[in-house]
Write a protein that binds this ligand. Structure first.
Ligand SMILES: NC(=O)c1ccc[n+]([C@@H]2O[C@H](COP(=O)([O-])OP(=O)(O)OC[C@H]3O[C@@H](n4cnc5c(N)ncnc54)[C@H](OP(=O)(O)O)[C@@H]3O)[C@@H](O)[C@H]2O)c1
Length: 295
């Protein structure tokens, strides 16, 4: 791969990448290329801007070009399912794929957003999901991935609270119907009464995300039990207003950066059977986010 210390592409360099629309903002190329370099692997990770009109062709191209693995980001996570050969069971439940592995021309789809959150919960917050009373704020794509993952991880029950109550009801009903998990869907105006019976609260809305850093979901942190863990999957800024308020109440917190890094690490594990350099990946993401908030 290298001549001296220079990274160099050759005829044997393996190709990985990410497809999305837009794609220019993605942190994955910097994070994944740093990981590949740290591991000394002869692979390159490329961002591909793919319009919704070209998803079928892009996935056919993955086979034709022998691209070993692709991450899939907004808005293609559902559309790609029609063009792959097999879907891993939890990704099938979620109904969204963010990682495709090309196994000699046979494409397998995974959802590493879901397992990325779970691994961050276990390794960074030291919490196991089993028996926990979970409240998810939001009912969008990431709430769906995290909700299904937790539902199959033997949590005690799942509350889904959303601004649009009908979406919370629909997601709760779907998760409850497809798994053995007890679920309830509520509006944000009902959230307060569920806080005292919450062990882990997860914000999956975009509230608090840069540049709207002064916003947060309506969570009265003082109403949560003293041991409740407050998670925010927003990773920019790394400490959101919600997490600041939770910490001020003495509650443990879990920022979204870990989920972002572990979903990428899980993809590398699937594609290349390696042990990804988590610290290198985290440092790169922090550096890239710092650049963006000052530019
Ligand atoms: N850490 C990670 O690896 C990671 C991974 C994926 C996503 N994320 C972050 O997670 C956030 C959500 O992503 P997503 O893909 O799930 O988005 P999404 O599918 O568009 O869902 C957005 C959710 O936020 C709610 N929401 C948006 N604006 C709101 C407001 N002003 N007040 C109350 N609720 C509001 C929406 O409620 P309605 O249904 O009422 O519109 C919906 O539940 C983004 O900030 C994203 O950056 C992080």
């Amino acid at each position: 791969m290298a001549y001296g210390d220079e990274r160099c592409l050759t005829g044997t360099t393996g190709v990985l990448g990410v497809i999305g629309d837009p794609i220019g903002h993605s942190l994955s190329p910097a994070m994944q290329n740093a990981a590949l370099e740290a591991l000394g692997l002869d692979y390159i990770y490329v961002p591909f801007h793919v319009s919704p009109l070209n998803v079928k062709e892009a996935i056919a191209g993955m086979k034709a070009l022998g691209i070993r693995g692709l991450n899939v980001t907004i808005p293609h996570k559902v559309a790609v399912i029609d063009y792959i050969d097999e879907i891993e069971p939890v990704a099938g439940l979620i109904g969204a794929v963010n990682t495709i592995s090309n196994e000699g021309g046979y494409l397998v789809g995974y959802n590493t957003d879901a397992c990325g959150f779970l691994r961050s919960l276990k390794e960074e917050a030291n919490r196991e999901p089993q028996g926990q009373r979970i409240t998810i704020v939001g009912a969008g794509g990431s709430a769906r991935a995290i909700g299904f993952q937790l539902a199959v991880s033997e949590v005690d029950h799942l509350v889904i609270a959303n601004r649009t109550k009908s979406s919370a009801l629909a997601l709760a009903e779907e998760i409850g119907g497809k798994t053995r998990c007890s679920t309830v869907g509520i509006g944000l105006d009902e959230l307060e009464s569920y806080l005292p019976a919450t062990d882990i609260l997860i914000n999956t809305t975009s509230l608090g995300m840069y540049p709207q850093v002064d916003t947060m979901p309506p969570v009265e942190c003082g109403k949560l039990p003293a041991s409740a863990l407050v998670c925010d999957i927003v990773y920019n800024p790394s400490e959101t207003l919600l997490l600041k308020k939770a910490a001020a109440c003495g509650l443990p917190t879990l920022p979204g950066l870990g989920m972002l890094v572990y979903q990428g690490a899980a993809a590398l594990e699937i594609w290349l059977q390696v042990n990804p350099p988590i610290d290198v990946m985290k440092a790169v993401v922090k550096r890239e986010l710092a650049k963006r908030s000052t530019s």
